[in-house]
Design a protein around this ligand. Structure first.
Ligand code: NI
Length: 251
């Protein structure tokens, strides 16, 4: 079930049987010469939207901008500073909690978001603690590649040239979902360099075409489909386990 394609009455009906909501979260940032700018929010959205076709889960609108300041010297990148990102995640969560959702499952598509999302959770838990609210409210962060079986599959598919940015696995997922948007380029070098992540000018100087350690030329829609299938199975299981956590005194 997709929240944005539902009515308020349908959401009220869903809340009568579940208080768990899945929120795809990512970043809108350059992904090398062939990766879509939306890659990091498209991947969790593709997986979550696919999962809700067979699992009884509700998926909130995708939070599609995040921690991308180091990519700002590549056109099309949109970034939130950490304080803005935390404030926005907080209000997103407070809105859903206001309706009765007390288990918020963030399915993340951007490694650079992790520290700030966790800090936003800490702010929400601090509020609950100072207010002395009853148990029950919980946030969970899961990177899609950390879903059970996904990284091991990616390692088998891409034994070399996976890298850490504009990876063939994430690009393969977008190719599977959007085959009309597949791009081609001559990569030089075939596998991109690796190194630290600092500010925008340093990033562009180190990583001329935007990739880090990756060879996106290895991506195929078929491999993307395999990754999505593994991620969907694991996501449905993981959301069910989170939802089933005991919350005595939750009322
Ligand atoms: Ni990415």
């Amino acid at each position: 079930m997709l929240l944005h394609m539902s009515t308020w009455a349908e959401i009220e009906g869903f809340l009568a049987r579940s208080k768990t909501v899945v929120i795809p979260i990512g970043s809108n940032e350059q992904h090398g010469p062939t990766g879509l700018l939306g890659t990091d929010w498209l991947c969790p959205e593709i997986i979550a939207h696919e999962a809700q076709k067979t699992g009884d889960i509700i998926v909130a609108p995708t939070f599609n901008v995040g921690m991308a300041q180091h990519h700002l010297d590549f056109p099309g990148t949109i970034a939130l500073r950490p304080s803005t990102f935390m404030a926005a995640i907080g209000d997103w969560a407070r809105s859903l909690a206001h309706h009765g959702f007390d288990k918020l499952y963030f399915l993340n598509g951007h490694g650079g978001n992790v520290a700030t999302i966790e800090a936003a959770f800490s702010e929400l838990y601090a509020e609950a603690s100072y207010a002395g609210r009853p148990r029950g409210f919980a946030c969970k962060l899961k990177n899609w590649w950390d879903l059970k079986g996904v990284m091991s599959l990616a390692n088998r598919q891409f034994p070399a040239g996976h890298g850490s940015h504009a990876t063939p696995s994430e690009i393969a997922i977008t190719q599977w979902a959007y085959p009309d948007a597949i791009k081609a380029a001559n990569y030089a070098p075939q596998i991109a360099p690796t190194g630290p992540i600092r500010e925008a000018k340093d990033f562009r100087a180190r990583y001329a075409d935007g990739r880090m350690g990756s060879d996106p030329g290895l991506a195929t829609p078929e491999k993307g489909g395999e990754l999505v299938a593994a991620a969907v199975t694991a996501l449905i299981e993981d959301v069910a386990a989170f939802s089933a956590e005991e919350t005595p005194n939750a009322a």
